[in-house]
Design a protein around this ligand. Structure first.
Ligand SMILES: [Zn+2]
Length: 168
């Protein structure tokens, strides 16, 4: 029997691309801030990392924190940062609100010893990033958003509080 990532059955889609399209659609026409807020992304931290990026739920901040690789000598590198941020935005769909806070959707988590689940999860996030960035509005506003912090590029670490940037 062909392998199927459990999230596909749960979300009632035939394949990973359809799932990514469905998720991108829920963000369509919204500003970058509205999209971050909808996906519970409350902070973006640029800092030295061993990977390109990552995401973690932080209960104290009541939301998701995205980490992006940042090296003092490596700016703009906007493309890499944009792609990674879009990829992490995709991963944010694997979380949902319950009464207590954000919890990981079990069917979106890799099952223990199921490398295919991890592959599917990463393929989803990459496909999501590709589709999301294919909207010029998304790409432009994300590039503009990151460019705003270029002046602080010499900082070792940059923390962007998304909620503080919400247009009043
Ligand atoms: Zn990933």
């Amino acid at each position: 029997m062909a392998y199927k990532w459990p999230a596909l059955d749960y979300e009632r889609v035939a394949n990973i691309r359809s799932l990514a399209e469905k998720c991108v659609e829920t963000l369509n026409g919204k500003s970058l801030f509205e999209q971050f807020m909808q996906q519970q992304i409350v902070e973006i931290t640029l800092r030295p990392l061993f990977t390109l990026g990552g995401m973690a739920y932080e209960a104290k901040k009541n939301g998701l924190v995205v980490y992006l690789l940042h090296k003092k000598e490596d700016w703009p590198a906007s493309d890499a940062k944009c792609i990674t941020l879009a990829h992490e935005l995709g991963h944010s769909f694997g979380w949902e609100m319950n009464g207590v806070g954000l919890v990981a959707k079990q069917v979106w988590r890799p099952r223990e010893g199921a490398p295919k689940d991890i592959e599917s999860l990463e393929e989803f996030a990459d496909t999501f990033a590709y589709l999301w960035l294919s909207y010029p509005k998304n790409r432009k506003s994300l590039t503009k958003f990151l460019e705003k912090y270029k002046a602080e590029k010499d900082e070792e670490q940059l923390t962007i509080d998304v909620r503080a940037l919400w247009p009043s």
